[in-house]
Ligand binder design. Structure first.
Ligand code: NAD
Length: 260
């Protein structure tokens, strides 16, 4: 489906980003994997994806908290893999603390990685997409791009901002064959989330089932985590030709969270 096209997935050495990168590689796209690290295992991961799916996959180190690195990521991906037609802005971090003690440096980091990085990558990638007359921008927001929770001021603000950026970019590119949408996941089962289950079991003195149902998935009516491959499939659909008229919107993959 995506044979010969090039995709960038930011923050893609683990979790949702890796799942989306795998889905794209499986569909025949060349993929730029990214993280702020530059470890042998990052490059090995790219080599394995390439070998598994018979596509080009390069790991490009870039710190999404830095504007210049965001620009360099898009430029290097185009040089190494060909014109970038799909951009998935996925890198993100979290910090949970009350507003009055929320560290300003954490606010700045979350704004930079979860919001401003998408501004920098999008503005760099758009000229090439316009020239090609085809492009897909997928921003990984969150149910917290549409609703709030206490103690997540920076994250909720950044994700709401990302939804606003998504709509604006979609309008600007509407006549150029380029779509821009946001996926708003609820709780997705990633290695990071898996690690939190154990901690929550201790903190609440509950068993695994109880922690998942009553604490972690309290707001997720299906009481099931979203699977990483479901995120990959949603991103893939948004990048298909069938999604050409879906732009400037949010797609919730949240087990009913935002219906409450
Ligand atoms: P994760 O921690 O497993 O992966 C995050 C990725 O981002 C990693 O590859 C990490 O190396 C990278 N990253 C972090 N800081 C970076 C930086 N400065 N520069 C470049 N890369 C950086 O997280 P995840 O759960 O897979 O989350 C991915 C995205 O999905 C995030 O934007 C997150 O807010 C969003 N999200 C996750 C969930 C969930 O339940 N897991 C729910 C809603 C939204």
């Amino acid at each position: 489906m995506l044979k010969g096209k090039t995709a960038i997935v930011t923050g893609s050495t683990s979790g949702i980003g890796l799942g989306i990168a795998e889905a794209f590689a499986e569909a025949g796209a060349n993929v730029a994997l990214n993280s702020y690290t530059d470890r042998p295992e990052d490059h090995a991961l790219a080599e394995k994806l390439a070998a598994d799916h018979g596509v080009k996959v390069n790991f490009i180190s870039a710190d999404m908290s830095k504007g210049a690195d965001c620009v360099a990521l898009v430029e290097k991906a185009a040089e190494q893999l060909g014109p970038v037609q799909m951009l998935v802005n996925n890198a993100g971090i979290q910090h949970v603390e009350a507003i009055e003690t929320f560290p300003p440096e954490k606010w700045d980091a979350i704004m930079a990685i979860n919001l401003s990085s998408s501004f920098h990558t999008i503005r760099t990638a758009v000229p090439g997409m316009k020239k090609a007359g085809w492009g897909r921008i997928v921003n990984i927001a969150s149910a917290h791009g549409l609703t709030a929770s206490p103690f997540k001021s920076a994250y909720v603000s950044a994700k709401h901002g990302l939804v606003g950026l998504t709509k604006t970019v979609a309008l600007e590119l509407a006549e150029f064959g380029v779509t821009c949408n946001a996926i708003c996941p609820g709780y997705v089962m990633t290695p990071l989330v898996e690690g939190q289950i154990e901690d929550q079991m201790k903190a609440h003195d509950m068993d695994r089932e109880q922690v998942i149902r009553d604490v972690m998935l309290e707001r997720q009516p299906t009481k099931q985590f979203v699977a990483v491959d479901e995120m990959g499939a949603t991103a893939l659909f948004l990048c298909s030709d069938h999604a050409s008229q879906i732009t400037g919107t949010t797609i919730s993959v949240d087990g009913g969270w935002t219906a409450l």
